[in-house]
Structure formats: C-alpha cells, structure tokens
Design a protein around this ligand. Structure first.
Ligand code: ADP
Length: 592
C-alpha cells in the first residue's frame, strides 16, 4: 500500500493539475495547438515533481528498512540454525557416550550372568553407537578440529567395541573366568575414560561455539528488533506524513472537484443556454427562410412592379414631357393672358374715364335743360330729359360695376380691416334701402341681433355687399313680398369663429341648377329681353369676391316660387364696440 500511494498520489496530482489547467476537458483533449506554458503551470509542475519525490522517499526508506530487516532475520535464522546444530552435536555426543555405556553394561551383565537377555542392551548400544558416530561425523564435517577429535574418538570406540565383543565371545566360549580376565585387565576402563575425554572435548568445543553463536543470535535478534522498531517508527511517521499529504491532496482534490463541479454546472447551464439559443437561432433561421421566401416572392413581385413602373415611368416621362410642353404653352398663354388682362384693365380704366366723362356731361346738360338753362324747354321734353337722366345713371352704374370687378380680378382692391359691430352696420343699411322697399310695397324687417356680435372686416365692403343683396331681394321679390335682414353667431361652428348675416326674401327663387353659376360674372337666371329686372350679372360675383377677400364667404339657399336666402359669413372677434364710419364710398358701391 505504501508503494502504491505515490503512484496514486502522482496519478491524482497529475489529473488534478490537468483539470486545474483545463476546465473543459473536452476542449483540451482535442487541442493540438502548442502553447507557451504560463508561470502558474511551471509552478504546478514543480510542485508535482516535489510531491513525487516526497512520495518516493518514504518508499525508498521503507525498502531499505525492509532489506535490512530481511538480512537481520536471515542472519538470526542462520545463527539459530547454527545454535541448533551445535546443540545437536552435543546431544549426539552425549547419545554416543550413552550408547557406549549401554553396550558396556549389557556386556558386563552377560559376562557375569551368562544369560543371553543381557546381550539385548549390548546389541542396541552397538547399533545406536554406529548411528550416533555416523551422524556426529556428518554434523561436524565443516569443523576440521572436531573431525580430528571424531577420528580419535572413532579409534577409541572401535577399540572399546572390539574389547567388548571379545569379552562376549570369551564368555560364550570359555566361560566367566576367561571373560573376567578381559574386564580385570582395566583396558576397558582406560578406553572409556579416553572416550569420555574426547567426547568432553568435542562437547566443550561445541559449547564454546554454542555460546558464541547464541551471542551472535542475540545480537542479530537485537538488530532485527532495532530495525523492526525503527521500521515501525518510520512507517508510523511516513504513514502520518503520507496521511497528511493524502489528506491535503484529498482536500485539494475535493476543492478541485468542487470547482470542476461548479464549472461543469456552469458549463451545463451555458450548454443549456447555448442549446436554447441554438433552438432560437434555428427557429429564427426557419423564420428567416420563410421571410426569405416571402422576400423572394415580394422581390419577384417588385421586379414585375419595377418593370411595370419602368414602363409607367417611361409613360410618365413622355407625359411629363408632354405636360412640360403644355406647361410651356400654358405659360406662354398665361403670359399672353396677363398681357391681355393688363391691356383689358388699361382699356377699362381708359374706357371708364372716357365713358364717365361724356356721361357726366350728358347728366349735367340734361339737368341744366330741366332747370331751363339757358331757356325753358317745352313741357313735353321734360319726360325725355328724365329718361335721359335714368339711362345715364344706369349706364354709369354698369360702368362702375365693370370697373369694380376689374379691380377685384386684378387684385388691386384694398381692404381697410377693422372690428365692426354687426348691429350698428345693419342699422346703417336700413335707411338706404327703405325708400325702394316702400316704393315696391315690400314688408321689410330687420331682426334684432346680439349687440356684442363683432366681425373683423372692411365696413364699407360689408355695406356694399349687403346693399347689393338687399337690392337684388327688392328686384326679384314681387310687390307685397317680405324681406328680412338678420345676423347671428354661427353656433354650428364649434369654435364660433364666424358670424352670419342673412338676407331672406319671399321672391322668385333660383332654380337649383343655377345656384352655383349665379356667382359667376355676367350670369343671370333670366336673360330674356322682358325680364323683371335690370342688371349686369356682376353684383353677386363682386359680393362673393369681397366676402372671401375679408376671410368669409357668400352662399345661397333658394327654392323657386318660395324665396331665397343669401348668407354672408365673416370672421368673428371678441365683442369690442367700435364706432364705425357711416360714409359710403360711391366709388366702390355696387348697385345692380
Ligand atoms: P344682376 O342683379 O345685376 O342681374 P347679380 O349678380 O346681382 O346681377 O345677380 C345675378 C342673377 O342672380 C340675377 O340676374 C338673378 O337672376 C339672380 N338673383 C340674384 N338675386 C336674386 C334674388 N334675391 N332672387 C332671385 N334671383 C336672384
């Protein structure tokens, strides 16, 4: 186990270091790019090397101690074997002496008694003696000194055995006395003493060897015990050291394992996230593919449309070219029209001057003639003079209307805008039309209106428009009809930014198909020679342009045989009562 520990330690250290430096083993296992080792890697490698040395050191120590102990045990075993061997020699020497004594005892018993049963110990002793001497020689063959003693001993034993055999043979053959002669000779005793001396020397030598060998054995036992003690101590220390190292390594491995586990968890989470992202990407890819297909279809449709557009563009270009040409011609026509318009305005101005001068002269002379200057005219001529004056006024009115319209068309009308009280304006208009109403027998009513109703307008222009509308109402309403003038704020308008002035009559009414065209210049509903009223067809055109010029409008509602209602709308302002001038500019007044 101790020898296996460094290997295990090296293995797990290598794995741990490998894991530490490769958080993603999958990635590193396939990585073949040579990288420059960083300092932390070098330090880790050095630590691993030291750990290996530390792990191998104890193994070597243990190995040496083991070898020493093995050698000590071997030596002790050898010493013990030698001790045993020595003891065997001693025992065998004693056994030899004992066998010789047995043989001597049996021979003496037989000599004394003559009974064969005493030969049994003699025979056994002889046999044992042969065996013992053979073994003794074998046991001491590596000891020349002992071999020498054994040689001497063998001679003595042989002689003693021969003497014993002679005694036995004499007893059998010659009887007790002959045999006793041998015993009494004392040679037997001498030989036994010599044998004892030789055996004592052999045993003494062996005992000396035994002492030495026992001392060696004790020494070897002590060495073995010492080595065993040192080995045990070293093993304990090394075990503790290794245990500490293994514990540290286990702690490190556990920490690394935890790190690897947390990294694995992170990687798993990242993997999951990546999988989700991959799935999303796949879905997006599918969606994109569909969109791509749609786009392709759209692209094809667009290409078709582009072709069509190209054609249309070409058509448009040709149209534009045609329009350019037309615009150029229209521009030329407009320039020509402007020239013509200027010429017309010049013409009208000139003509009005040229016409009004003789007309004023005609009026002046007719008046003088009516007054009898330089002399009275016959009474019958007064009626002619009255008709001349009426015609002159009519012609002057026509000329004024034409001039007004020409000015509006040319955009040369100037609006003198002010806050105008509608109630005051209506009050001012009434006396101007009252005589005509009375002459025609109309029932006229000016309805009371909100005195705070104020509009932003040119008061003269508003008055001109109202006189024109009232004049039309008088003209196109049969005698006895009803004419009503009223004003109000427009409640329909959520911001109430407009005020409306209405002129209502119960006259002829206007056909529906003429309701728009009557605002065009020189348009009249009745163009027959025997129409009910005179006029130029310019009054409504002028009135609507003036109303629009002040930010308002002029509209009509009418039914034939029922009557008409003309409504002027004007921008309303907060009620500020402001006095307005009552003067009427004859130059801008409109009269049909
Ligand atoms: P004039 O009154 O000089 O003909 P206007 O422009 O004022 O010109 O009116 C144009 C025509 O609109 C009139 O000729 C008439 O036929 C019609 N008209 C205008 N006011 C009324 C009205 N109150 N009732 C019926 N018809 C009207």
């Amino acid at each position: 186990m101790l020898l296996e520990s460094p290997v295990a330690f090296r293995t797990f250290a290598a794995v741990a270091v490998g894991r530490l430096h490769s958080p993603n083993p999958k990635v590193n296992s396939n990585t073949t790019v040579a990288r420059k080792p960083d300092p932390s890697t070098i330090a880790s490698t050095a630590r691993a090397r030291w750990r290996t040395v530390l792990a191998l050191g104890p193994a070597i120590v243990v190995l040496i101690l083991g070898a020493l102990m093995f050698d000590g045990i071997r030596r002790a075993r050898e010493s013990r074997a030698l001790v045993t061997h020595t003891r065997d020699v001693i025992e065998r020497a004693l056994s030899t002496l004992s066998a010789l004594q047995d043989a001597e005892t049996g021979e003496r018993g037989f000599i004394i008694t003559g009974e064969p049963r005493y030969l049994e110990p003699y025979d056994n002793g002889v046999k044992a003696l042969q065996t013992d001497t053979t073994i003794l020689r074998a046991l001491t063959r590596d000891n020349p000194a002992q071999q020498k003693r054994i040689d001497s001993l063998d001679v003595l034993i042989l002689e003693r055995m021969g003497l014993l055999a002679t005694g036995v043979e004499l007893r059998r053959a010659a009887g007790l006395d002959s045999a006793s002669t041998i015993v009494r000779s004392g040679r037997g005793k001498q030989l036994m003493d010599a044998v004892r001396v030789q055996l004592a020397e052999v045993m003494a030598s062996e005992r000396a060897l035994l002492e030495k060998r026992q001392a060696t054995e004790v020494g070897h036992d002590r060495v073995v015990t010492l080595i065993l003690g040192i080995g045990t101590l070293a093993a304990v220390i090394l075990s503790l050291m290794l245990n500490g190292m293994l514990l540290r390594s286990a702690t490190t491995e556990a920490r690394l394992s935890r790190e690897v586990e947390s990294r694995n968890t992170q990687l798993e989470e990242q993997n999951l996230e990546l999988e989700m992202q991959s799935q999303q990407l796949q879905e997006q890819a599918t969606e994109l593919e569909m969109q791509n297909e749609e786009l392709q279809a759209t692209s094809e449709a667009l290409a078709d449309q582009a072709t069509e557009l190209q054609m249309q563009t070409e058509q448009l270009e040709s149209t534009v070219r045609a329009l350019d040409a037309e615009t150029q011609s229209a521009e030329a026509a407009r320039a020509a029209a402007e020239v013509a318009n200027r010429a017309k305005s010049d013409f009208l101005a000139t003509m009005s001057h040229e016409l009004r001068t003789p007309l004023n002269a005609i009026a002046g002379y007719a008046q003088l003639m009516q007054l009898g200057v330089p002399e009275p005219v016959p009474p019958a001529h007064h009626e002619y003079l009255t008709r001349i004056q009426q015609s002159q006024r009519h012609l002057l009115g026509v000329i004024n209307s034409v001039l007004n319209f020409a000015r509006i068309e040319a955009g040369s009308v100037i609006y003198d805008m002010a806050d105008v009280s509608i109630a005051m304006l209506l009050a001012e208009v009434e006396p101007l039309v009252a005589p005509q109403m009375q002459a025609r027998g109309h029932d006229y009513a000016c309805l009371p209106c909100d005195p705070t109703l104020v509009v932003r307008a040119d008061p003269d222009k508003v008055r001109q428009v109202l006189l024109n509308l009232l004049s039309n109402a008088i003209k196109f309403t049969p005698p006895g009809g009803q004419i009503t003038l009223s004003a109000e704020g427009l409640v329909d308008d959520p911001s109430e930014k407009f005020a409306a002035i209405r002129v209502r009559d119960t006259g002829l009414g206007i056909p529906a198909d003429k309701l728009n065209s009557i605002f065009d210049p020189f348009v009249q509903v009745d163009t027959s020679r025997n129409r009910v009223a005179e006029g130029t067809g310019l009054g409504l055109a002028i009135s609507r342009e003036l109303a629009r010029g002040m930010g308002g409008d002029l509209v009509v509602e009418s039914a034939v045989g029922v009557g008409s209602t003309f409504t002027v709308t004007l921008p309303r302002v907060q009620p500020v009562i402001a006095p307005i001038s009552s003067t009427v500019d004859s130059g801008t007044s409109v009269s049909s």
